[in-house]
Design a protein around this ligand. Sequence first.
Ligand SMILES: C[S@@+](CC[C@H](N)C(=O)[O-])C[C@H]1O[C@@H](n2cnc3c(N)ncnc32)[C@H](O)[C@@H]1O
Length: 240
Amino acid sequence: MAWYYAVAERDHEIQNPTSPEKIRLLGERLRLEPESHVLDIACGKGGPAVILAREFGCTITGVERAPEFAADARERVAAAGLADRIEILERDAAELDLEPGRYDVALCLGASFVWGGLAGTLAALTPAARAGGHVVVGEPYWRRWPVPDGIADDGFVTLAATIDRFRAAGLTLDTLIASSEDDWDRYESLHWRALEDWLTANPGDPDAPEIRQRHETNRDDYLRWGRELLGWAIFAARKA
Ligand SMILES: C[S@@+](CC[C@H](N)C(=O)[O-])C[C@H]1O[C@@H](n2cnc3c(N)ncnc32)[C@H](O)[C@@H]1O
């Protein structure tokens, strides 16, 4: 069976509504340097990890559960000549035993669902960061509240309430890098192109009807309300 995300994210280097420039900006704000060690939870195809290691020379431990994406990440790392800097572990992050204080940065872009949401993610990642280090999460937030009837909030809250969740975890936010409409359109429409290509190339595939339905529902939800209502940002917070 074709895995929806492997089809939909064929052309994504970064599997979130952000950009290589914003990932570089994150590295600058975190003051990454060759001595820094970053834990990158749910690293996907390794797009952010390759940018950070290439630009700042840091060491990265990436954790990715999907075998397709972990393999893709290893290929990208090797092609970038960064195998000595980036290690990709194919694991379920929820089952990791994270060593306390081991990392300068504990990062999770777009996968707080691994720990049931932002609060659980902060609780899981904060112990892994050293004192004075950072916990960084890429997370959606609602631009309007309450969310209109008929739309599930999915556990996300407003920007201010998202920042309160960092505060409640004992962390001090020092960097916010929000996604633009262009970032969102690029991220969403790369899905559409890859899915339309796949559906054209595989018209008789038994998964085609389900993939088409999911694709069109996601696209239409984005166009009808997601583009206006949902924000996404990288939140970087300091551990005391
Ligand atoms: C939205 S993508 C983000 C990928 C990457 N952080 C990026 O920004 O390009 C979410 C990733 O989480 C991975 N994932 C989902 N559940 C996971 C888990 N329990 N452990 C590790 N990775 C997981 C998915 O396979 C996917 O690659």
